[in-house]
Design a protein around this ligand. Structure first.
Ligand SMILES: Nc1ncnc2c1ncn2[C@@H]1O[C@H](COP(=O)(O)OP(=O)(O)OP(=O)(O)O)[C@@H](O)[C@H]1O
Ligand SMILES: [Mg+2]
Length: 237
């Protein structure tokens, strides 16, 4: 049961939107998904209340530092994926959630020069690797990217990340009104009505490509683990 945490200590980077897109796409593919909602604005909890039987995604509200471990343990038997939506602030919950994660996704707005909150999480991940020998895979996902043009802000963010050798997901999350409509209407991109929502098909394609890439990353991680175990067994034999 992989745990994927979405973290950026800056508010409004697009964490909650990315969590919802991934959760509902994984559901569409047939996976059982639990979202642990630690965002003090509880958008995902409210979305779930507003979605009735339009989704099977399970949402655990009011997740705190004290309750996180319990919720992860409880989710083990009933979920294929657990996604954690963190607050957009510096909080002790960040380090704790990272410690339980198989992959940390750091949404950074492609439309804004301000990548500081993302940089804070990247520094924490690199510190854990360098000083604690704790290697948790992490990737930046560029969010709210303009579908038509590569802005100077986006180029600057990409250059900064390349200089730091940070893995950036190939699929950015595009700025789409459909991604806001899902919160307003409840349900998923697949239950929204085409015609009422602009560029719905493009939004679905984007969400699917994002989820596919996360799954590919997960498959690679599992393969590496298996190879590592096989190598250790050979060494013992
Ligand atoms: N790809 C997108 N397309 C359109 N609107 C978006 C997109 N991503 C985020 N938004 C909008 O930007 C705002 C902030 O997004 P979101 O709530 O996902 O960020 P957040 O990082 O979870 O914020 P916080 O740190 O406050 O929890 C919301 O109004 C959301 O609808
Ligand atoms: Mg949020």
């Amino acid at each position: 049961m992989p745990v994927i945490t979405f973290a950026n200590t800056k508010g409004g980077a697009g964490k909650t939107t990315a969590v919802l897109l991934l959760a509902t796409e994984l559901e569409q593919m047939g996976f059982r998904v639990t979202v642990l909602d630690a965002d003090p604005q509880y958008w995902i909890t409210r979305w779930r209340e507003n979605s009735a039987d339009k989704t099977t995604v399970k949402v655990v509200p009011y997740v705190t530092l004290a309750s996180l471990e319990k919720h992860i343990q409880e989710s083990r038997s009933e979920s294929d994926y657990v996604l954690i939506d963190l607050p957009g602030a510096r909080t002790p919950l960040l380090a704790k959630a990272i410690g339980y994660s198989n992959h940390v996704l750091i949404p950074i707005q492609g439309c804004s020069m301000d990548a500081q909150g993302g940089a804070h999480v990247i520094e924490l991940m690199q510190y854990l690797a360098d000083k604690g020998n704790i290697h948790i895979p992490f990737s930046v996902v560029l969010t709210r990217v303009n579908s038509m043009v590569t802005t100077r802000a986006l180029q600057t963010v990409k250059t900064l990340l390349a200089e730091r050798r940070v893995n950036v997901m190939d699929t950015p999350i595009i700025e789409r009104s459909a991604f806001r409509d899902v919160f307003d209407c409840g349900g998923t991109l697949h239950t929204l009505t085409a015609g009422r929502v602009s560029n719905l098909e493009k939004a679905r394609e984007n969400a699917r490509a994002f989820a596919d890439e996360v799954l590919m990353h997960e498959a690679l991680r599992c393969r590496k683990l298996q190879l590592g175990k096989a190598a250790s067994l050979r060494a013992v034999a």
